[in-house]
Ligand binder design. Sequence first.
Ligand SMILES: *Cc1c(COP(=O)(O)O)cnc(C)c1O
Length: 421
Amino acid sequence: MKDATKCLHAGYTPKNSEPRVVPIVQSTTYVYDTTAEVAAVFDDPTKSLIYSRFANPTVMAVEEKIAELEGGVGAMCTSSGQAASLLSVLNLCDAGDSFISSTEIYGGTVNLFAFTLKKLGIECIWVDKNASDEEIAKAFKPNTKLVFGETIANPALTVFDIERFAKIAHDHNVPLIIDNTFATPVLCKPFEFGADIVVHSTTKYMDGHAVQGGGVIVDSGKFDWTKGNFPGLTEPDESYHGITYTDTYGDAAYIIKARMQLMRDFGTYPAAHSAFLLNLGLETLEVRMKQYCENALTVAKYLEKNDLVESITYPGLESDPGYELGKKYLKGCSGVISFVMKGGKEKAMNFMDSLKLASNEVHVADIRTCVLHPASETHRQLTDEQLVAAGIEPGMIRLSVGLEDVDDILADLEQAFDKIR
Ligand SMILES: *Cc1c(COP(=O)(O)O)cnc(C)c1O
């Protein structure tokens, strides 16, 4: 099936007389005829349902759909994108371990990696995405367990060279984890370029309608954990009656460990109703992504010519430093544009306050056009140095182009420019 078809049909195929739409299974638990059957389920919880803290049929239908869209062997939904990033790392790193991350990633992930994981004894080693192969290789330590990057960085909008980083990671026997939130599997399938694990904030384009927060981890099933130093996967798990994930679950070891161990213990699983709403968004993901890309490219070309705009970042523009990588990795550059206003922070804020159609909100990838000022909003916890490392300037505006008629979006921008001129 092609993506548009998968968006509608993957993950749920009703049998004779069953509901057409994925049903909301609003139950915390599941009934069995005998005690022996319940006992057997505990021996292999991947075979049947136990409890909705780590598995629910509505959520599992969505997991299956996303796994098929990404081309992975399995997926696990989480209650937020942050939970997905957290668990994707904790599934490989223990206290005393380290991992490598590109500096150009989402601000919330920077906080998680730089501060919260540090408190748990896990060190994040930051690398510049433009560093040479040799420099990146030097960043590895014997305890380094993974490399992390974002396909299209939020909000820097740089394109990550997935193939190059996958090769460097694999040369060191560690996997590459890609946050594919902005691209979605419709615009980029990181597994095709060598990534091993993908995470998403489904809160963004996948949901698309700004109704439901969520996240997901997808496993390509391609990384050979037995070749690296991953005792959590290749040695018996004391907390699960001595199961060895790679022996018992083969290709799906990573994603099953994430569920059986981490989801069991942290419980950041979405509710059935949340998954139902996410599924509604996913059903139209393919058609929406095409239109976001088309609208955003038109808006980007308009902004590029505007005399009040100092610079613009949108990898779909030929003048953009990310254009070549974008051509290689992306079928379109998403709806998100960032641009820097002449006159800095104050001008940027005045411009944003003058918009009528586009709303001022802490969100991105909404179906409606919206704007955000990273330096004073999402990234205000970062130091000036971290802001620069994350590619953020004081006058930068992040514009998330929605699915309104593009003429109306352009007219709104034009009247706001006129007001501050
Ligand atoms: C929003 C976002 C996250 C965090 O997701 P939440 O659903 O807000 O927890 C992670 N990565 C990227 C790229 C994001 O845009």
